[in-house]
Design a protein around this ligand. Structure first.
Ligand code: CA
Length: 701
């Protein structure tokens, strides 16, 4: 059932063989077949970029210095490749032996000649397009894993697929989720001791989180570790789950509970431990999920697992009693550093909740935690208890509270990087805030949530009978973003660069004393790692959300970034004039590829069609738009993002709106089919609302 395209592979392979015979065994590029546990566990990767975070320490610190602060102004395009995709790209390009492996929208995998930009193969796992609506945050994928001649990808619909790296054909696949629930995979798999580790997402829709380990050779499941307890009546999988259940109340298991492992994982070869970050509660509002309160272990936590059986060795919960979507799934970096005269084995994380954590990774002991962005929900983290001390803004039992950070986080999945030379962590920081209230009318919809709307099961919203508690100290321009250089020992800022918008790309730092980051405004930028001075930039057309990687081919250093605007919020907003198809850009010193010409697309016209509806019908259409469309489409007339603003859709699209919405005419593009959920009259009212918004917008110009 999977489809792939076969490109002139023989030519490409001949090229690669010539290339490796030119190099000595010791220093030459490593064939993908030789990427084994020992290789992946090395901490000195620079020539290759063999795993998501570069090495086991996930530090994204390239030891290469061929591109550096003195010559970066001569950095220029070596090649770029149009990927022919139109949704968000969040993946870090992996490169081994001159071949780049990159995942894109709908979990497609691309193998590209990293020297020339020629596509070697494309593997399309044929994700059913109706699965797209079960993804909270676009049909993205953050990357693949490489091991012994295979490429591993987790698909949006929950499969783990092993692909032959040479031919691009599937070798095995296994379903890792209960397909009746709204599970998705967007995170990159990791390799540990011959196993492939994979988690999943879906805590906005009512699922129970877990991580699984599969035999990399056969796809056989070795273990699965749940992150939150299930129904006690059915027995607990482990004593850890039994103990965790003491921190919950009510009938949480009926709502899934959450705690999904949708991004951060790291395998620590020094201590033989796997670290995972867990996500938010499901539903968000603890008053519904666990009505008598409680910490709700292991939501929003960092867990250390024994690779032999997945058992939990230690845990640290960043946000006890999560009720804000404060995931601790953000990138985890391992390192050894001197703290108060002592050499410590630490891990670092900057989760959504706004605190930068340094933990002793041998035992999970909290070493330090400080705010790295604007935070009003907690004053500080108590070093005795290891818990945040909440402010009156934190809970919303009495009020609707303006809370910072919000569900978008002080930092999200965009990876940070740690430069061992400067001793600084570079974080794509956000300043965010939102009003949180208790939705008094919420009832759990389960999977049937999709029948009555977009399927989200949050419980938070706005309580109409409670006052609004505003924060007079909140920064004015939220949401906004910055590149923050953070000293993890002193727990203080070294410098920062302000950005226009909050959703910018992940980070690469190098021994050339550089920090690379793409911005939502469409620039790929290099900064001086010591002081944040901008040294170079290149316009890449669309906003950047992914992180770059660096590697060496024939002693030349390359830097690559995959560009594809989208992701959470990116579907409905943008900060560039246009959004172009996904494209990989690869740079080297003195690169001679011609500049990419971004066609000026014709200016979009507000649709002008007569509105034949009453005020009441338009009002109903507005409500339906909020419940069914606003997850992906922007408010009509506001401009849209990776997904169209329907006020600018053509008259032809509007004439076909019933076939599109009810019959699934555009399902191949990911537009869900709403037959059985919306009636013809519903669609007419939604359309009347869109057309009336377009008319209002026209009148206002
Ligand atoms: Ca979430």
């Amino acid at each position: 059932m999977a489809k792939y395209v076969y490109f002139p592979l023989v030519l490409a392979l001949t090229l690669l063989q010539c290339q490796s015979s030119d190099q000595s065994e010791e220093t030459g590029p490593v064939a993908l077949a030789e990427v084994d546990d020992e290789f992946l566990q090395r901490d000195d990767h620079g020539e290759e970029w063999p795993s998501y975070g570069l090495n086991s320490y996930e530090d994204r610190f390239s030891p290469l210095h061929e591109i550096n602060i003195n010559n970066v102004s001569d950095l220029n395009l070596a090649w770029s490749l149009d990927l022919g995709t139109k949704r968000g790209i969040e993946a870090t390009p992996l490169v081994v032996n001159g071949v780049m492996y990159l995942s894109g929208p709908w979990s497609k995998v691309f193998a590209i000649n990293a020297r020339t930009g020629t596509l070697l193969w494309l593997y399309d796992p044929a994700v059913p397009r109706d699965h797209g609506e079960k993804a909270c945050c676009d049909v993205v994928n953050r990357g693949v894993a490489l091991y012994k001649g295979r490429v591993y990808v987790g698909t949006l619909d929950g499969r783990l697929v092993a692909i032959n790296a040479t031919t691009g054909t599937m070798e095995w696949e296994t379903m890792t989720v209960d397909s009746t629930r709204a599970y998705t995979i967007t995170g990159a798999p990791r390799i540990a001791n011959g196993m492939v580790l994979i988690g999943n997402g879906g805590a906005e829709y009512g699922v129970r989180g877990y991580v699984s380990a599969y035999d990399a050779g056969t796809g056989e499941q070795i273990w699965r570790t749940y992150t939150v307890p299930g129904n006690p009546a059915e027995g607990f999988e482990s004593t850890a789950m039994e103990k965790a259940a003491d921190t919950w109340s009510g009938s949480w298991w009926e709502y899934g509970g959450g705690g999904t492992v949708w991004d951060a994982m790291a395998f620590d070869p020094d201590l033989n431990l796997i670290y995972i970050g867990t996500g938010n509660g499901s539903p968000w509002d603890r008053n519904y999920r666990s009505p008598e309160g409680g910490d709700n272990l292991y939501l929003s936590s960092i867990l250390a697992l024994n690779p032999a059986d997945g058992s939990i060795e230690w845990h640290y919960q960043t946000t006890p009693g999560d009720t804000w979507d404060f995931t601790a799934t953000q990138h985890i970096i391992l390192t050894d550093m001197e703290i108060e005269g002592q050499e410590r084995k630490v891990l670092m994380q900057a989760p959504k909740n706004g605190f930068f954590y340094v933990l002793d990774r041998t035992n999970g002991e909290l070493i330090s935690a400080e705010k790295f962005t604007y935070v009003n929900w907690a004053t500080h983290v108590d070093m005795e208890t290891g818990k945040p001390v909440e402010t009156p803004f934190a809970r919303f039992e009495e009020v609707n509270a303006m809370i910072s950070p919000n569900y978008d986080g002080g930092h999200n999945w965009q990876p940070m990087a740690y430069n061992k030379n400067t001793g600084l962590v570079y974080i794509p920081v956000r300043e965010t805030g939102a009003v949180y209230g208790h939705d008094p009318n919420w009832t759990y919809q389960g999977e049937s949530g999709f029948a009555s709307g977009n399927g989200w099961n949050l419980g938070t919203g706005f309580h109409p009978e409670r006052p609004l508690k505003e924060d007079p100290n909140a920064p004015e321009n939220m949401p906004t973003g910055k590149l923050l250089a953070w000293d993890p020992v002193k727990q203080e800022e070294a410098w920062h660069v302000s950005h226009t918008a909050h959703s910018n790309g992940g980070i690469l730092t190098t021994a050339g004393n550089l920090v690379f980051q793409g911005t939502s405004t469409g620039y790929f930028v290099a900064y001086d790692a010591t002081n944040g001075i901008k040294l170079w930039e290149y316009f890449v057309g669309s906003g950047v959300i992914a992180a770059p990687s660096a590697y060496l081919i024939d002693n030349e250093m390359y830097v690559s970034i995959a560009v594809g605007w989208g992701g959470a919020k990116g579907t409905s907003s943008k900060y560039t004039e246009h959004i172009y198809p996904g494209r990989v850009f690869t740079f080297k010193i003195g690169g001679t590829a011609p500049e990419v010409v971004f066609e000026d697309l014709p200016e979009k016209q507000l649709v002008s069609l007569p509105v034949d509806a009453t005020e009441e019908q338009i009002q109903q259409g507005s409500q339906l738009f909020t419940n069914y469309c606003a997850m992906c489409h922007s408010s009509p007339g506001s401009g849209g993002g990776a997904i169209p603003d329907l006020a600018y859709s053509t008259p032809e699209i509007h004439q076909s709106i019933k076939q599109i919405v009810l019959e699934g005419l555009l399902l191949p593009l990911g537009m869900p089919k709403f037959k059985g959920r919306l009636t013809e009259e519903n669609v007419e009212n939604i359309q009347a609302f869109i057309l009336s918004q377009a008319a209002q917008k026209r009148a206002s110009i």
